[in-house]
Write a protein that binds this ligand. Sequence first.
Ligand code: ADP
Ligand code: MG
Length: 580
Amino acid sequence: MTQIFDDPADFADEALDGFVAANRQYVSRVDGGVVRSTASPRGQVAVVVGGGSGHYPAFAGLVGPGLAAASACGNMFASPAAGQVYRVAKAAHNGGGVLLSYGNYAGDVLHFGQAQVRLNAEGIETRTVLVTDDIASAPADQPEKRRGIAGDLTVFKVAGAAAEEGLDLDEVERLAILANARTRSLGVAFDGCTLPGAPEPLFHVPAGLMALGLGIHGEPGISEHPMPTASELAGLLVSRLLADKPENPGTRVVPIINGLGTVKYDELFLLFGKVEKLLTGAGLTVVEPECGELVTSLDMAGLSLTLLWLDDELERLWAAPADTPAFRKGTVARRARREVEAGAAAGQADSEQPTPASAALGRHAVSALAAVRDVVVENVEELGSLDAIAGDGDHGIGMRRGVEAAVDAAQSAAASDAGASVRRILAAAGEAWSEKAGGTSGALWGTAVIAAGAALGNRGSYSGTDAAVAVEAFASAITGLGKAEPGDKTMVDALLPFRDAFTAEIAGGAPVDRALAVAAAAARAAADATAGLRPLKGRARPLAEKSLGHPDPGAVSFGLIAERLGRHIEAQLIQQGARA
Ligand code: ADP
Ligand code: MG
């Protein structure tokens, strides 16, 4: 049980505030997470880690010299929003570029991915290395599907040490990829964990049993076993990990025994003694091991074993000094304090002068967004029910939260004294959308709206071709971030026919409203046709059979929005006398 809180909704935030109060010599609070409170040499690569809260010392506890430069901290077990990651990374950036590193979970991939797009667009060179150490989560030939668990530590540590050595972003990225490729973990759980304020644990492991490979958020494991003895458990973990060695493993390994929450240190040490014997018995040399709590899951009863297979580079970086609230190694010289300015992380005021054409287009964008909001609000329930068939039922409310926030943000951007360019208005709208919507579709819509605005820019005049370029940018943002293919049963199945019809119409000389009407009809038809598909991406995937016969909610909302936009723009043109 998690017992100490006022309002469970504030748990993650208040815990982080208190963590910072207890560790001011290491970290400062910024919007969305924490950054080092100590100065780093100018030009040092900023290794920015993060993920959901509830996993302490991952992730904020690993911020300090020789390890992470900052951590983006989401709600309990939930990814930080893209805007939070972006602001934390901006506050941490020190002139050497940013390496984002985090465990491989769909929500984190979307939000960190969106932040990366924004950072790169602003000229802050940003790369990503996902941690995929959990051998229970996918077979060895599909490492990209594996989740990240306690192996976070080895990857972050190697990347942080490489940055501390003054290596450049290419090198830090290469070494982090190498560390991940040579890290393997396997976990077991004896019982579930309870979110603050929740009446029930998120999941249970039946009494007397142990779940092998259960994820740190209760994702299903590989198998259940009768509760083993310590020796049997050590044997099981070691043998499974030795059966999943990386290429050219060598003979030097770092074993890490990680407690998930309620397993006592004495038990972890007892197990470690047995693991070490088995490893040396297998001809391996144990190097600078760790045994303790490194990535937890609230009060989950369980533990994991990680092996980092060393080579010379990795051994040097693993052994390098580090000094963070929860992880210390060797000696790090005292650092000067770094003042994080209160406003530093908040988006800087945009001093750009909008052109009259761009400001006018921006005002149209605000009213178009309001039309999008109306159609979403009218269909909230229907979209929710569609999502409830095989998803989690939140598509309607998520879209509504996102688009309402987008309209507010767009209106305030447009209301600034000098007006604002369409680029700036859509940037504000997209950021608000992704931050407030939560969920997959929010991250995708938010990024796409920002990308469309960036494509429109702040030009002296606009034509139909610019609209086609914006639609293309919108579509590429979604496919680039979500990586869904046509036929996966996502909004992409409505989006691509829309894009293709729109571009063809514009190329054929059609005015924007006609092109939109044709494209929207194509999107509606394609959305309906998703009823015949099985979902291959997103939350609905595990319930594919249930979804058969029903259209994809994201495709349906896209079709409805496209249609409403077409009608809205036609009405506007009629009003302006441009149409009969
Ligand atoms: P969540 O799935 O996080 O609950 P929503 O319910 O708001 O988010 O949105 C679900 C919709 O998101 C799906 O119907 C699908 O159209 C879309 N979606 C999910 N994953 C992807 C992806 N990788 N690429 C494009 N669209 C996706
Ligand atoms: Mg949903």
